[in-house]
Design a protein around this ligand. Sequence first.
Ligand SMILES: NC(=O)C1=CN([C@@H]2O[C@H](COP(=O)(O)OP(=O)(O)OC[C@H]3O[C@@H](n4cnc5c(N)ncnc54)[C@H](O)[C@@H]3O)[C@@H](O)[C@H]2O)C=CC1
Ligand SMILES: O=C(CO)COP(=O)(O)O
Length: 335
Amino acid sequence: MTRAAVMGAGSWGTTFAKVLHDAGTEVVVCARRPEIAEAINERRENTDYLPGVDLPEGLRATVDPAEALTGADIVALAVPSQTLRDNLAAWRPLLPPDAVLVSLMKGIELGTGRRMSEVIAETTGASADRIAVVGGPNLAREIATAQPGAAVAACSDEDAARRIQAACMTPYFRVYTNTDVVGCELGGAVKNVIALCVGIAFGLGFGDSTRALLMTRGLAEIARLGAALGADEHTFAGLAGLGDLVGTCSSPLSRNRTFGENLGRGMTLEQTIAVTRQTAEGVKSSEAVLELARKYGVEMPITEVVAAVMHHGMSISEAASLLMSRSPKPERYGV
Ligand SMILES: NC(=O)C1=CN([C@@H]2O[C@H](COP(=O)(O)OP(=O)(O)OC[C@H]3O[C@@H](n4cnc5c(N)ncnc54)[C@H](O)[C@@H]3O)[C@@H](O)[C@H]2O)C=CC1
Ligand SMILES: O=C(CO)COP(=O)(O)O
């Protein structure tokens, strides 16, 4: 039987652990706080992150990383992207040498511009055939309540991708494989930045025309960055690209979209941060994505204004007018 450890018992870590369990994988989820592990083990509920969602009997939680990691064939990482490097430094001595390390995270590291698979490689020394990514349009509460969903398991080693696929495919969760790790990661991370902008537009009272505009031009800038970083452009038409963008930008469950919506409705950045209890990756990643775009000479106008609003005090009205007053150009998808 395949054994998996899920490191991080937030909303997605807990949900993905349930998916693995439902797929017949033996799984232990590792929480930081004892009360979360206790609630999962004893009340069969993650009372903080997924209140009201029943968790299966066989899903075990611990606060002891060694207990979770010992003997694991698959180690799924589900902590906030900006904390991965520090978390991995602590877990590294405990990682089984042959385990596949799977990033479930959708962010880019601030200050380095590294994708999560790169942070994993740098911190653990694992080779590319042991580093994978799972991404797609997966809103935790929906998947945790077994609503039909799908994702992509990506690894440069197709066999490893297939092993992950087998470990988490259930009657309600379809998993496809891909070998384009870069594309799958960029799709997941950059859509969070676009979702912030869509949320702002929604909060300002704009409707579906504006949302569709931002999603479509957002996808164009994701694809441009992807081309520069060597991704396969077809990935962006798939679940980890268009799929994830549509899911997040459309859903009131999205923390990123909700963060933007609160700003659009008139909250200050500080007020919005204060009311946001879970991880809205796009806030920090917007600046990291922009650094990456500048490094590779890629134009990303939506990312640019989102980063300016999140980090450099630009007002929302200035951001909107900057986007709408760009010079006329032919429509192009991607490069
Ligand atoms: N929630 C969702 O629907 C989905 C989330 N993701 C991605 O999964 C990753 C994890 O997100 P969620 O589980 O949703 O986040 P969350 O905010 O619900 O949970 C984060 C978890 O990381 C733990 N953690 C470990 N070290 C931490 C530190 N230093 N600071 C703060 N928290 C720390 C927290 O205790 C918590 O268990 C993110 O990159 C997110 O983009 C991906 C797909 C769906
Ligand atoms: O990644 C997600 C959906 O696929 C979750 O989006 P949020 O992080 O904005 O909630």
